[in-house]
Design a protein around this ligand. Structure first.
Ligand SMILES: [Zn+2]
Length: 150
């Protein structure tokens, strides 16, 4: 019996990121169907389940992996701006970010030691950019008794 199952699953595509996404969608639809009890939600649930099963058991691995690649590209496009914002927030005390008007590249520069206007060149298109820095590099001096001076 177990041998038959192994033989059946041999050469099948299996699980991937798109499968995980569909699984999340299925769980969301399941919760929604428990609240609304609407037939459209249940039909969508069945549809998602059928797609999930079809993809896992499919023998056309090339096409399934292409679908997965397309999904990952769309996901990347959607989440990329947020990952950039997260990074900018994380190192806001040490770096300044400026977007190039011409090529839309985001430049990451270390925080200068003095406030004021700085000029930089975009490494991609060589356009000269003006950066107004209102913050400066935070220099902390520790005195002998351990107190901080700025
Ligand atoms: Zn540029």
């Amino acid at each position: 019996m177990l041998d038959k199952i192994y033989r059946f699953l041999e050469g099948r595509y299996g699980f991937d990121d798109l499968y995980a996404c569909l699984l999340y969608l299925y769980v969301i639809l399941l919760c929604l169907s428990m609240i609304t009890r609407h037939w459209i939600v249940e039909i969508l649930m069945i549809l998602v389940f059928v797609i999930m099963c079809f993809r896992v058991l499919s023998k056309n691995k090339k096409k399934r992996s292409q679908e997965n690649e397309r999904y990952l590209q769309i996901k990347d496009k959607f989440f990329h701006p947020f990952s950039s914002l997260k990074r900018q927030w994380k190192d806001r005390h040490t770096f300044v970010y400026k977007k190039c008007h011409k090529c839309k590249t985001v430049l990451r520069m270390p925080l200068p030691s003095e406030r004021g206007i700085k000029h930089v060149h975009c490494p991609k298109c060589q356009k000269r950019l003006t950066v107004l820095c209102l913050r400066k590099e935070k220099v902390e001096i520790f005195t002998k008794d351990g107190k901080r001076k700025r």
